[in-house]
Structure formats: structure tokens, C-alpha cells
Write a new protein. Sequence first.
Length: 349
Amino acid sequence: MTNKQNSPLSYRDAGVDIDAGEALVDRIKPLAAKTMREGVLTGLGGFGALFEVPKRYQEPVLVAGTDGVGTKLRLAFDWDKHDTVGIDLVAMSVNDILVQGAEPLFFLDYFACGVLAVDKAAAVVGGVAKGCELAGCALIGGETAEMPGMYPEGEYDLAGFAVGAVEKSKVINGASIKAGDVVLALASSGAHSNGYSLIRKIIERAGIKPEDPFEDATFADAIMAPTRIYVKPVLAAIEQHGEAIKGLVHITGGGLLENIPRVVPEGLAAHLHKGEWQLPPLFAWLQEQGNVDTQEMYRVFNCGLGMVIVVAAEAADAVKAQLSEAGETVYHVGEIVPQGDGPRVLIKE
């Protein structure tokens, strides 16, 4: 009789399926290939990916960003909807580095799970590849970690890392912002990837199901809508209008109230006019069902504005027109004023 204590063990016995990992890589390679661009020297498969900064940069400054998707993943697990969170992952990092005026060059992802489900992982990474296509950056590497005992079955974690470049003389940091400048904003596609702990609490209170109708679709469609990627139209506007675009703000955690002051210089404030944009139906529903105070809404959510642009007044109409022609919904939401004794951001009726 064979002694179980002495029977041979494999990595599969310990919960790691090498074959599944290889199958996933085979599924990922053609997706990553669609994102290739100038500068890529080596793609997937090596110990490190090589990228050469394009020679059109004279004094390139590298800009790096990293982020995750937060508790939006909890809904992806509960609702078995995995095809868009990869877009969220890319968007959170590339939109962040965009605000310095940087062109995203390449992206890497980290996918960790307890048991690797190839179809589910491929759906997630497929979203990552789609996000990279939308941002114009290359998916040149990443890591898939199968770690038995670390995650419940069916769950995973995601992290993303983006690197971009901007000419040193063209870095956007808000330093030139002055009173009289105009505040434009680009519409969001929904809640993006922020405030989902509160969203889940409201969903629980309201007792909704993902398949319940909402507007012309379902709640799952509205709540899981991927974060909008603003890279291509905003970079084109920067190229056309140069120094007239003085500051960019990605509205993420902290909402409108906490993100805008990150780019507006001390002594100045942004005054936004509530009537210049309409609160989208999803946010109106969240506020009503959660009985959320209006100031709390502005502090937690983007409330329909995903990217804020501070622009010289004389260029505002031209910038707005170009972004509109590129397919963005653009609002002239306010202006920069001396702060005085007021808050850094004031949203006026």
C-alpha cells in the first residue's frame, strides 16, 4: 500500500496550474499585439520589457502612474461581469499621467488570484488591451500570479502601471493659472472607478439586481460602465493650443472638491456653476436612494465631470470646439477667481 505521506506531489497538487497559466498567455498575446506602437523593442514573454523613448522627444520627462479598480471589483465578482474592469484599470493610470501633459507610452498589469480561471482572466486582460488601444499605449508586460489560499475562489485583484513622456518645456502643472481663466469639463461615462464602497451600500439598501432596467439599459450596464479614457482628444488639444491649456484635473477619489485644488495655485479658487451641467441620472439615483448630502456627492463622486481643464479665457471657445469635434461632451462650468476667505472650490447654484 502506498503511503500518502510519501506519494509524489506536483505544483498542481498544491493548487497552481502551470498549463492554465500558459493557456492564458497564449490568449493574451494576440490582444497585446494589437497595442504595439513605436518604441516597443520587446513584448510579452521576457523577464523585462524593453521600450525606447521615441526620438521625436528632445528633452523627455518620464511620467509614471499606478492604480487599481477599487471595490468596483466586488461588483464584478458578484455580477460575474469582467470584460470592462480592465479598461477601468488602464484609464485610472493613463488619465492620471495625462494631466501632466504626458503621452502614455506603455502599460503593465498585475493580475492575482487563488485559482486561475482562464476565460475570466482572459476577459479581464482583454479589457486591459482594449484600454491600451483607446489610450494609444502598448501593453508590453505584466504578471499573472496564481496564489492558492490567498483569494476566495472566483475572486482576483488587479493593479496597473503606466509610463508616459512629455517634453520638459511642455509639462503642465497649473503654475500659470490665474484669475479670469476658464474652467471647462469633459463628461464622465458614469461613476468611473471611485466611490464604489458607497455605491455598493446604496445598492444594498435599494435592493436592486444587476438585470433591473435603468434608463435604456440595466443597472449593471450603468454602474459597471468603464472609465472614460481622455488621452487622445486631450493630447490633440494640447498640441493645437499649447500653453493656453494651463491645468488638467482627473476627477477620481475625492471628487470635484478635493481634486481641483491639486492643480489650482494657492490664493486662487475655482467657482463652478451647477446649472452649466446636468447631474446624470445615475448620480441622481444614487443621491436619492442613499439620501446623500449634496456636498458629500461632490466630495465622493465625479458627478458627471471626469476631466477638468483650466484654459486661458481667450482660447476657451476654440478648445471647447476642438474637443467637441473629437467626440467629447464639453461644458463651460466656471472660472478661476481670487480665493479670498472662501473655499478652494465653490459650486454655486
